[in-house]
Design a protein around this ligand. Structure first.
Ligand SMILES: N[C@@H](CCC(=O)N[C@@H](CS)C(=O)NCC(=O)O)C(=O)O
Length: 220
């Protein structure tokens, strides 16, 4: 594509990994444009998209200058380094590690187990029915959220977010994961702090504008 100096996000309205990037791009006030990859139609496995991201996963981000990068957490870190305002990591090394631990809890220990290709594989060839897949899905959210609830109780503040008083990368990952949890009817009553922080975040424009249902590729 010609270089317009604008970032392009390869996204799908329902992809929670792409949702993270939509939030971060909005928070940082970056001018970006969506390029839709229809995961339900399998476009991520087509040769056009594989030329963009060899893994066949969204998101991918075409940066100013035309290079394309992949992996949502690497992309979030890239944005943090190149567009430091507003910061999405705290100042001290220990605090940054704590926020990154929350990010890892979601990005490494919940999300990959519940990805579309994993759910499909559970059904075929492994033979799980939809009920078993739903149980699997909710189990890994519950294991992660039980721990995250405690971390947010420890490091969040009563009127703040996952970590302290300002929005961090932990919040950028929390909201899409709570969205997924609700979509699969996970019981969230054991995680009152996560629900509270999620509601506070959703009231912010950067988060509201990133919601799957308001994306141009969402079904009308
Ligand atoms: N670790 C990757 C995961 C990306 C990922 O799993 N993306 C999902 C959507 S949320 C996807 O493209 N799935 C397509 C598929 O499973 O075929 C990241 O954080 O970017």
């Amino acid at each position: 594509m010609p270089d317009t100096g604008q970032m392009r996000l390869y996204t799908y309205f329902r992809s929670s990994a792409a949702y993270r990037l939509r939030i971060a791009l909005n928070l940082k006030g970056i001018d970006w444009q969506p390029v839709s990859v229809n995961l339900a139609a399998g476009e991520q496995r087509g040769s056009d998209y594989l030329a963009v991201n060899v893994q066949g996963l969204v998101p991918a981000l075409e940066i100013e200058g035309g290079e394309t990068l992949a992996q949502s957490v690497a992309l979030l870190e890239y944005l943090e380094e190149t567009h430091p305002e507003p910061p999405l990591l705290p100042a001290g090394a220990v605090d940054r590690a704590r926020v990154r631990a929350m990010v890892g809890l979601i990005a490494c220990d919940i999300h990959p187990l519940n990805n579309l290709r994993i759910l499909k594989y559970l059904k075929d060839p492994l033979g799980a029915d939809q009920e078993a897949v739903d149980i699997w899905y909710r189990r890994w959210i519950a294991r992660g959220f039980e721990a995250l609830e405690q971390l947010v109780a420890q490091y969040g503040t009563p009127d703040g977010y996952c970590f302290g008083e300002t929005v961090t990368l932990a919040d950028v990952l929390l909201v899409p994961q709570v969205y997924n949890a609700r979509r699969f009817e996970t019981d969230l009553t054991p995680y009152p702090r996560l629900v509270e922080v999620d509601a506070r975040l959703q009231a912010l424009d950067a988060f509201a504008d990133a919601v799957p249902e308001v994306q141009p590729d969402a079904p009308k």
